[in-house]
Design a protein around this ligand. Structure first.
Ligand SMILES: *Cc1c(COP(=O)(O)O)cnc(C)c1O
Length: 437
């Protein structure tokens, strides 16, 4: 704890928007942080590339021993001194260590790394992607507000929007993320939030974030993008005009299928509005999970290269196979959003969807795969395979799935970082062993 940082450089008046005279009296300047000053701060002041930031941003060496890398601060609480009392009293508790639901050095380190990768001023980590999404949505909505959301949402988000938020008095309209006219038409005077996913599941539609951001700005509403499927290495929605970005860090960001976490990113001002909801709803991330997430993030750039390379090879193989009716991968020219993907994504990711003749054939195929693991979730080093009809979209009827464009026999692959030749051999053998439809 450096007392020297206090004078003239305090953080924000976290929750105290317009509430106390001291805010103006002290002429506080918001720090983007909070930060412990990672390796990237010590590096020359030129913009570092994403792969370098993935390794160094936020990460700091142990000041006590010189151990390389961020220590795990496995503590619930911190010694209180005059400085901590003042931080609470004056409203900048977010910038001091007081209690680990409020903040912890392990959280700060990984938040700074995530913020650097996303090009965000500030970040807050959460115990899950859903904790990040619910806290963010509730922070940006006033009583009675209306939301315009994608009609192709992650199931957990759909449940939040369809069941939880209406019970709190919010209303939600669902529109196609590909139809700007429908989005415009859905806006109401009380629309405060537009919520879309950068790439949809399982059809991997690419969303034109800049176009939607323009609609939001013109209406005075805020745009939140769930960028879980694309990662900051695919695109950075804040640069395209989004107000906040959320991720399930459970997926690519951690990348090893060994923790559940989430993050919300944006300006310091907006994350200061989310922070009180993190405190109130309690979805803080444990220091050990922060360590795992920070470690996972260090390899994000090399993993995403491998995911993209593997997914492209697998998609090319599937697209020529006689038993495969359709293959969807945004990096394949046959994908309806290929041009938009080329224009807006630096990495088209590791998700591939394809259709065989029927759901029965899809089940038969999964039973014949030897290497690929049958599991829900995505973004880990190992290839996972699942069927939307009995996982993510099990709550829908066959007709509803068809209306969304999910054909019978749809299979979703999260292509890992294995050698693509082994993945193709696994698929090839399983497809060859399929009974006739
Ligand atoms: C998994 C996922 C979530 C939810 O994240 P959790 O970490 O499981 O809470 C939200 N959005 C998308 C797009 C996801 O894939």
């Amino acid at each position: 704890m450096t007392g020297a940082a206090v004078k003239g450089d305090p953080g924000a008046g976290a929750t105290g928007v317009g509430s106390a005279g001291w805010v103006d009296a002290l002429a506080r300047k918001r720090r983007p942080g909070p930060s412990r000053g990672g390796h990237a701060d010590a590096a020359p002041r030129r913009a570092l590339h994403a792969a370098t930031q993935a390794v160094h941003a936020g990460t700091f060496d142990d000041p006590a021993t010189g151990a390389v890398g961020t220590p795990i601060y496995q503590t619930s609480t911190f010694i209180l001194g005059e400085e901590q009392y003042r931080a609470v009293e004056e409203g900048y508790a977010r910038d001091r260590f007081i209690y680990s639901r409020y903040g912890n050095p392990s959280q700060w380190a990984v938040q700074e790394k995530l913020a650097a990768l996303e090009g965000a001023e500030s970040a807050l980590v959460f115990a899950s992607g859903m904790a990040a999404i619910s806290a963010t949505a509730l922070a940006l909505l006033d009583k009675g507000a209306h939301i315009v959301a994608s009609d192709e949402l992650y199931g957990g988000t759909y449940n939040l929007f369809h069941h939880e938020l209406p019970s709190l008095g919010f209303t939600v309209s669902y529109v196609s993320p590909r139809d700007p006219a429908a989005i415009q038409a859905a806006l109401r005077p009380n629309t405060m939030l537009l919520y879309f996913e950068a790439m949809t599941n399982p059809l991997l539609k690419v969303v034109d974030i800049a176009a939607i951001a323009e609609l939001a700005r013109a209406h005075g509403a805020r745009l939140v993008i769930d960028a879980t499927f694309v990662t900051p290495l695919g695109c950075r929605p804040l640069e395209l005009g989004a107000d906040m970005v959320v991720h399930s860090c459970t997926k690519y960001l951690n990348g090893h299928s060994d923790l559940v976490a989430g993050v919300a990113l944006g300006s310091r001002k907006l994350t200061d509005m989310v922070w009180p909801r993190l405190l109130a709803f309690g979805g803080c991330l444990d220091p050990h999970a922060c360590f795992l997430l920070e470690r996972g993030l260090k390899t994000l750039a090399v993993r995403m290269r491998a995911h993209q390379e593997g997914a492209l090879a697998v998609a090319r193989f599937l697209s020529t196979h006689p038993r495969v009716r359709q293959t969807l991968y945004p990096g394949l020219p046959s994908h309806p959003d290929y041009d938009l993907a080329q224009r807006t994504l630096r990495n088209t990711g590791g998700m591939v969807s394809f259709n065989v003749a029927s759901d029965a054939q899809a089940i038969a195929l999964l039973q014949r795969l030897q290497l690929m693991r049958e599991a829900t979730s995505l973004g880990g080093v190992e290839t996972l395979v699942s069927l939307p009809f009995n996982t993510s979209h099990a709550a829908f009827t066959a007709e509803q799935r068809a209306r969304l464009g999910i054909a019978p026999g749809c299979i979703r692959l999260s292509v890992g970082i294995e050698d693509p030749a082994d993945l193709i051999a696994d698929l090839d053998a399983a497809l060859a062993a399929l009974p006739d439809a």
